[in-house]
Design a protein around this ligand. Structure first.
Ligand SMILES: [Ca+2]
Ligand SMILES: [Ca+2]
Ligand SMILES: [Ca+2]
Ligand SMILES: [Ca+2]
Length: 379
């Protein structure tokens, strides 16, 4: 093929473009936060003393996007995230020496006061989100008004997406936030929109930022939870390409320990009590499975008419029937124990006992058995 002047010229233009435009790559530049699913969601009271918060790790809000680099007592911030099937939960701790809230109109200059921002791109698609719902940038004011730009370009309140409480202890402000997640089909003219269901393995575009104003007309510093390469770092409000990513994981870091014929058990190091003990039948350990599924945040349903137990955990769905030696695993039929047709769910004293190893392993968990201590470890 003969190269013409035009193709050469185009190549040069493209190469120059590559050299001068920062390349945003979520995997290489994003702070990828892994959030664990919790069975007991936090009480939204601005206090981080809920047990679920112990399962989550802190991450920093420490990248300067605009203004001057703050000292630690001027601004510092960190956050934790946990999730349930219905909601995301944030615990955000902000140290700020002067709280400034002088712009009274919620939709005018709303980012010039002290403002907490949460960025969310439900399907991690990236791309422009300035006047659409490809992603949302919640600008949360001190009075909990949550603002972003609507499809008309005008700022709009999205207060019904969030439940927010904040407490103060000296210069430390603790925000606790419950957030509904909406996809890009969000209809701002509808009376109500249905938030999406969350599941393990889901990845969202995400970020947190803080506008720190200490008494002036405008914010002095704008600090984010992820790095934005290049000179222009004030991009997250309109471009989801720069977001970092948030991965939802199952409660796999939860270790449960059960003991045959004992009614106590452990979830991590917390000792708990069950009303009936695990037992051995035909060489297999059986247990009222709700203890296991509740500990990892799985959903369990009992259908009395069909004597059916349905368990859903992330992408996994396990169905079993009382007296039936087969189960449905994601709609595929499977024998519970190919070597023994007597292994099936049964009822004793009104309690349904399920084969512990079979159910746990088909939910993606690992099971270990210690014959000496009769201890079953599930993680
Ligand atoms: Ca709380
Ligand atoms: Ca400050
Ligand atoms: Ca999107
Ligand atoms: Ca401030």
């Amino acid at each position: 093929m003969k190269h013409t002047f035009t193709t050469h010229f185009l190549l040069v233009v493209i190469l120059l473009g590559l050299l001068t435009t920062p390349v945003y790559s979520k995997d290489s530049t994003g702070v990828n936060y892994e959030s664990v699913q919790v069975s007991k969601v936090p009480q939204i009271d601005g206090l981080g003393n809920d047990s679920c918060w112990e399962q989550a790790k802190w991450a920093d809000i420490n990248y300067l996007w605009l203004g001057q680099q703050p000292e630690a007592n001027d601004f510092s911030g960190r956050y934790k995230i946990v999730w349930s099937k219905e909601r995301l939960y944030f615990l955000i701790e902000i140290v700020d020496d002067v709280l400034s809230d002088t712009h009274d109109e919620p939709l005018v200059d709303y980012y010039k006061d002290d403002t907490l921002e949460i960025f969310l791109d439900e399907d991690n698609s990236g791309g422009d989100h300035k006047y659409n719902y490809n992603a949302i940038a919640y600008h949360i004011a001190m009075d909990y008004n949550a603002v972003d730009l609507s499809t008309s370009g005008a700022p709009k309140l999205y207060n019904d997406h969030l439940n927010i409480k904040r407490t103060k202890n000296d210069d430390t402000y603790t925000w606790e936030i419950e957030l509904k997640v909406f996809d890009d089909k969000y209809d701002e003219t509808a009376v109500s929109n249905q938030p999406v269901d969350l599941n393990a393995g889901k990845v969202l575009g995400f970020g947190i930022a803080y506008c720190d104003n200490d008494g002036g007309e405008d914010r002095e510093s704008f600090i984010g939870s992820f790095d934005i390469p290049g000179n222009d770092k004030n991009l997250a409000w309109q471009n989801a390409d720069v977001f970092s990513s948030l991965k939802l994981t199952s409660g796999k870091n939860i270790t449960q320990r059960y003991y045959v014929d004992k009614t106590y058990y452990f979830v991590n190091d917390e000792k708990k009590q069950m009303d009936v003990a695990p037992l051995i039948k035909d060489g297999r350990t059986f247990i009222p499975i709700r203890y296991v599924t509740d500990s990892i945040g799985a959903k369990i349903e009992w259908n009395a008419k069909d004597q059916k137990i349905s368990i859903t955990h992330g992408e996994k769905e396990v169905k079993l029937w009382v007296g039936k030696s087969y189960a449905d695993i994601n709609n595929e039929s499977k024998l519970i124990d190919p070597s023994n047709k007597n292994i099936y769910p049964f009822i004793v004293n009104g309690r349904t006992f399920l084969p512990l190893r079979f159910v746990s392993e088909n939910l993606g968990l690992t099971v270990e058995w210690d014959s000496e201590s009769k201890e079953i470890t599930v993680y």
